[in-house]
Ligand binder design. Structure first.
Ligand SMILES: Nc1ncnc2c1ncn2[C@@H]1O[C@H](COP(=O)(O)OP(=O)(O)OP(=O)(O)O)[C@@H](O)[C@H]1O
Ligand SMILES: [Mg+2]
Length: 208
């Protein structure tokens, strides 16, 4: 059965796109059937793919599919895509604010919502508010898991320190973290980052 994992946050720049790409490429490398849906109307991910195919001189696209959508119609489109049974995982990189109707509908179609956050005070406040905004969706969608994905963490930070800082968010936390790394500033849609594989595996484990 298709599982839908959506990246949602109340504020921009928390790492949704970076992690959506890395998760998709890692799952693709793990031989899963993946679809990546981007609702940001700049269609950043599709552009990255086009540039990568051009650089690799590939006329055909042999990698996982990336489609563009909008926050206000993503949920409806995903309902149809789920029925097709063509994918193991549909990953959604959303652009909307948590209070949008489209985002609320997206939560109802999702099996997991990932809220990316660093440990800065501002990001923690945004994550806290995002969790609060999305909580009501759990009452309407019994399958939904809302999880925090710690992102941009200094690579020497102990995981227990990360957990202590995130405890105040009162939410399930992915049991690993994504470090702050230069390679993540230019993510690839065709080649998985070897070190992200464990993050992807942990996310799938918690998705159940
Ligand atoms: N783990 C990381 N290590 C290093 N840089 C990161 C990491 N995660 C995100 N960044 C950087 O932080 C910036 C914001 O990340 P990203 O574009 O993924 O956020 P976003 O939530 O998708 O933002 P928006 O809501 O504006 O689309 C980017 O410049 C990205 O390269
Ligand atoms: Mg983005």
């Amino acid at each position: 059965m298709t599982k839908v994992i959506s990246f949602i946050s109340r504020k921009g720049g928390t790492g949704k796109t970076t992690n959506a790409i890395n998760l998709a490429t890692s799952l693709h490398q793990l031989k899963k059937k993946v679809l990546l849906v981007e609702t940001d109307t700049n269609y950043t991910i599709s552009s990255i793919r086009k540039i990568e195919l051009f650089k690799l001189k590939k006329k055909k696209d042999p990698y996982f599919k990336i489609i563009g959508s909008r926050d206000n119609r993503a949920a409806t489109e995903i309902t149809g895509l789920k029925k097709s049974g063509d994918y193991d995982y549909i990953i959604v990189d959303s652009a909307g604010k948590t209070t949008d109707k489209g985002i609320r509908e997206l939560c109802l179609e999702s099996d997991m919502v990932l809220i990316t956050t660093s440990l800065t005070q501002n990001d923690l406040l945004v994550a806290f508010q995002t969790v609060k905004d999305l909580r009501p969706a759990e009452k309407l969608n019994a399958n939904l898991k809302i999880c925090i994905l710690p992102n941009r963490i200094h690579s020497l930070t102990r995981f227990t320190t990360v957990m202590t800082q995130l405890a105040q968010l009162d939410s399930e936390i992915i049991q690993t973290y994504v470090p702050q790394r230069k390679t993540y500033t230019t993510p690839s849609t065709v080649k998985a980052d070897r070190r992200y594989k464990n993050v992807a595996k942990q996310i799938i484990k918690q998705l159940g």
